[in-house]
Design a protein around this ligand. Structure first.
Ligand SMILES: [Zn+2]
Length: 305
């Protein structure tokens, strides 16, 4: 289920209570994290749909036809950017026949344009390097510091599309920014108290670099030899020797990546695999802060053992 059930419920509520105020903006977000941020900033003034589920790898969402209707009606499309959605969003945008949400249109917001990208490749990028994105690593939504930038810019974008409610967007964004700032500080302080030898991990995909930058954790190696390229025996043997050399017992990965190699490596070093949620469970009513607290809490519990 990719479409927000909350969206459908709200639609029914409108039918039953004709006096209820209509949302001013129909918002579609590619990722559930972005949908959750949009809902906080937009409040009652927006109706938010998420295209991707947190249980699927966001690089590879199936562009099913049922995703076209919300895009056709959207006033605002929020994308992660840095080519994260390049494999599936462009055909949906074309099929939506909605000029507002085409790339560069008035209702197109690319969150990556307001963050500080990491891992921007310096040389020429070619396919042999795997799923390397020329603009940098696209997985910035794991970092509450980057989410603050997105929230601030999103409020301004919503205000441009719906000037009547500009003050409300700004007010909600400011209140949420204060919460994000507190979350940023609280988790960083907690992780700062961990000894150095507990801050080294191996990951499956290079998707946690922003999270680790925030919490000061060292990613020693990825199980994928290159982003998006499945593990090979030779590379896995290298990862194992790195783990042994640095006494690393944790493999961290999102729920949607295959676990076999991670589990094998963990077993060989008498360690554990920490499985992190790949996104906010927006369709189940979870908010971005609850998702971050959950994610960081799981990581901390494993590292502090
Ligand atoms: Zn990636």
């Amino acid at each position: 289920m990719a479409m927000s059930t909350r969206c459908l419920l709200a639609f029914c509520a409108l039918l039953l209570t004709p006096t209820a105020a209509h949302a001013e903006l129909n918002v579609v977000a590619t990722l559930p994290d972005l949908a959750a941020l949009a809902e906080v900033v937009g409040g009652d003034d927006v109706e938010v749909t998420a295209l991707a589920s947190p249980n699927r790898d966001p690089h590879y969402i199936d562009p099913r036809p049922n995703l076209i209707l919300p895009l056709n009606r959207a006033d605002l499309l929020i994308v992660n950017g840095l080519e994260l959605e390049i494999g599936w969003l462009p055909p949906l945008q074309v099929a939506a026949r909605n000029g507002r949400i085409q790339t560069g249109g008035p209702g197109y917001f690319d969150a990556s344009t307001v963050v500080q990208p990491m891992e921007v490749p310096t040389g020429k990028v070619d396919r042999a390097m795997g799923d390397i994105h020329p603009g940098g690593n696209p997985h910035f939504l794991y970092d509450a510091r980057q989410a603050r930038r997105v929230v601030g810019a999103l409020a301004k974008h919503m205000a441009r599309l719906d000037p009547q409610n500009a003050a409300d967007y700004a007010r909600r964004a400011a209140a949420f920014d204060a919460k994000l700032a507190e979350t940023t500080r609280r988790h960083a302080e907690r992780f700062a108290a961990l000894p150095d030898e507990k801050r080294r991990v191996v990951t499956y995909h290079a998707s946690l670099v922003y999270l680790f930058d925030w919490l000061d954790i060292e990613e020693m190696q990825t199980i994928e030899p290159r982003p998006g390229i499945p593990p090979t025996p030779g590379h896995t043997a290298q990862v194992l020797s790195t783990m042994k050399a640095h006494d690393i017992r944790l493999v961290v990965q999102e729920s949607y990546f295959p676990r076999k190699t991670s589990e094998t490596l963990a077993r060989l070093v008498d360690g554990t695999v920490v499985v992190l949620p790949g996104g906010t469970r927006f369709d189940e009513g979870e908010g971005y802060l609850a998702h971050i607290d959950d994610l960081v809490g799981r990581l901390y519990a494993a590292l502090s053992k």
